[in-house]
Design a protein around this ligand. Structure first.
Ligand code: DON
Length: 576
């Protein structure tokens, strides 16, 4: 059949496009995989991929959707770290969208008249809120890495906010937990509570103001949030309720592209978050300590002892040295040096726990609700990757919503060391490196991570406050031992963070014999009341084509693979 010339040209174009996408797909799995903490966010990611978007567009859609469906975890009023890998130029970068202290913040902001730390002030209400980074990060991702307009990638979130969705048990739990803070903010009360009480599962949450704010961001980009009507409402609302934000705080906020922390553990390449997150540094230090011992040859209790002692030492350095790289100088070269890891290894007694000193002035970790903050992992057909951990800090952040914005403000100021040795919401202590200063970013534990071992690749991360890093460490060790995404997210967990000097464990992590042995080795062992974390992982084997995505069985998330494959591949997706 003869075709008219325009159709012939179109056929050629389609052929060229098909060949190009096959060639591009050769570097990637040929189809996408996504794991997020909520099915609607996973669906939002797939929706923009189907519209021709890449992993970075999907990351914008997922981040925005999570802001709507998990308003207790992350959102436009918070920040996070987006770890990116771009296949076309083999570029790895971390987009730092961490919140910044307001310019009027002072080191004594959360001390009362007697100089005592007042956790209510650093956790509840607008005084606890740092300047959000997520809106700027989404604009940055769309502009510099995405293929689709920001407005297209924000569409699913705007729809979810406007039309509403049925909340799950987790929402009900978090709203109940943060009930007093939500009640204290008339806007938060109106939006997130049902006639003044914590809603039950299946209640429909509609967020019209948030839909409008997202639409303004879609229409006007960065200025849509940091300038103009939204910025004005934010600053007026915050100041009227006792906060210290100014227009200048918002106008001067910028995301920063940073080099991730990279290291090698027994042949496995590790790429993770750099300061102002402590994640990559603590993870690398722990792995450097462990690289010189054969964990696979040890009994379970001995193995746990070694890993715990590695965690203890790495978290101790977190408390001593780490903070915002733009405000403090840190001995990173030394901390990340495998020789330093070897030195720390030599300080470990194989038969005895090393006490953490000093022990005073530290509350044990409070009972933690640990599935606020959120993580997602994405790979697209071409092999572009995103690991992103996003937060407004504790559930529903500060609990404060500025009138007319629909945006829940974070309480990330509590991630600073409000006073030397003073434990924060996660029991973490710190010193001057993480002291409050105007415009400074509080030290984070968020650890979005890529692992590469031979042909195998993993994209992972989780919420969980201070426990994030130990969860990623355990999952990384499991991946090095050939675990796939499902095994990594399901792994029983344990945690030590130097102070408090307690080895916390999930019920399934230690049997009674192991508890006995660890106690005999000098560890103070304590079972957590509830399992913790909400890990989202994707693994891919370039050689076999096996692609796997998994969402933590402890959470309500969902992992999915894109249906259409460009080339045959064996795959497995698991989602609880
Ligand atoms: O940046 C941090 O380290 C904390 N704001 C993260 C908080 C968190 O993961 C809470 N999750 N359970």
């Amino acid at each position: 059949m003869r075709l008219p010339p325009p159709l012939v040209a179109r056929r050629w174009l389609l052929l060229v496009l098909a060949l190009w996408s096959l060639a591009a797909g050769a570097a990637g799995p040929g189809r996408a995989a996504i794991a997020t903490a909520h099915p609607a966010a996973t669906a939002a990611g797939l929706e923009v991929l189907e519209q021709g978007g890449n992993a970075f567009d999907a990351a914008v859609a997922i981040s925005a959707a999570l802001a709507v469906v998990e308003p207790f975890s992350s959102g436009l009023g918070g920040g996070g770290f987006w770890l990116l890998y771009r296949a076309s130029d083999d570029r790895t970068v971390m987009v730092d969208g961490r919140e910044r202290a307001p310019l009027a913040a002072t080191p004594t902001l959360y001390l009362d008249a007697d100089g005592q730390f007042d956790a209510r002030r650093s956790q509840d209400g607008p005084l606890a809120a740092a300047i959000p980074g997520q809106p700027a990060a989404l604009v940055h991702l769309a502009r510099h890495y995405g293929r689709l307009p920001l407005a297209t990638s924000l569409k699913p979130a705007i729809r979810l906010a406007r039309e509403g969705f049925a909340v799950g048990p987790r929402y009900a739990l978090m709203a109940g937990y943060r009930f007093p803070a939500l009640l204290a903010s008339p806007e938060a009360r109106r939006i997130f509570l049902a006639a003044g009480i914590a809603p039950l599962p299946d209640w429909t949450l509609r967020q019209r103001d948030l839909a409008d704010t997202l639409q303004t961001l879609a229409d006007h980009g960065h200025e849509g949030f940091y300038d103009g009507a939204v910025a004005r409402r934010l600053v007026e609302g915050v100041r009227a309720a006792g906060g210290i934000w100014t227009q200048e705080d918002l106008a001067s906020y910028q995301v920063i592209e940073r080099e991730p922390i990279t290291s090698t553990y027994r042949g496995m390449r590790v790429t993770s978050a750099s300061p102002p997150s402590s994640g990559g540094v603590v993870l690398t230090e722990a792995l450097n300590i462990l690289a010189g011992v054969d964990l696979s040859a040890m009994s379970p209790a001995t193995r746990i002892h070694w890993i715990t002692e590695a965690m203890r030492r790495a978290y101790a350095d977190r408390a001593r040295y780490l903070g915002d790289p733009d405000s403090v100088s840190m001995p990173l070269t030394r901390l990340l040096d495998p020789a330093y890891g070897a030195q720390l290894r030599q300080s470990i007694d194989p038969l005895l726990a090393t006490p953490s000193v000093p022990l005073e002035a530290n509350d044990p970790l409070k009972p933690s609700l640990d599935r606020h903050t959120t993580h997602f992992s994405v790979i697209d057909a071409e092999g572009n990757r995103v690991a992103a951990t996003l937060s407004i800090n504790t559930p529903f952040g500060s609990g404060f919503v500025a009138p007319g914005t629909g945006v829940v403000l974070n309480n990330e100021m509590d991630d600073f060391a409000a006073a030397p040795g003073q434990a924060n919401a996660y029991g973490l202590v710190g010193g001057s490196a993480n002291a409050i200063a105007p415009g400074k970013r509080p030290l984070s534990s968020m650890t979005p991570t890529f692992l590469e071992q031979g042909d195998r690749l993993a994209i992972l991360g989780t919420p969980g406050g201070s426990r994030i890093i130990s969860m990623v460490l355990l999952a990384s060790l499991a991946f090095a031992d050939s675990a796939d995404a499902s095994a990594m997210v399901a792994l029983p967990r344990y945690h030590h963070q130097y102070l408090p000097d307690i080895l916390f464990f999930e019920a399934k992590a230690f049997d009674s014999e192991t508890v006995k042995r660890l106690t005999a080795l000098g560890h103070r062992v304590e079972r957590v009341s509830r399992d913790y974390g909400d890990m989202q992982a994707v693994t891919w084997n370039r050689r076999t084509g096996e692609l796997s995505a998994a969402s933590d069985p402890r959470g309500e998330g969902q992992a999915r693979l894109q249906l259409q494959a460009r080339r045959p591949a064996s795959e497995a997706a698991s989602a609880p």
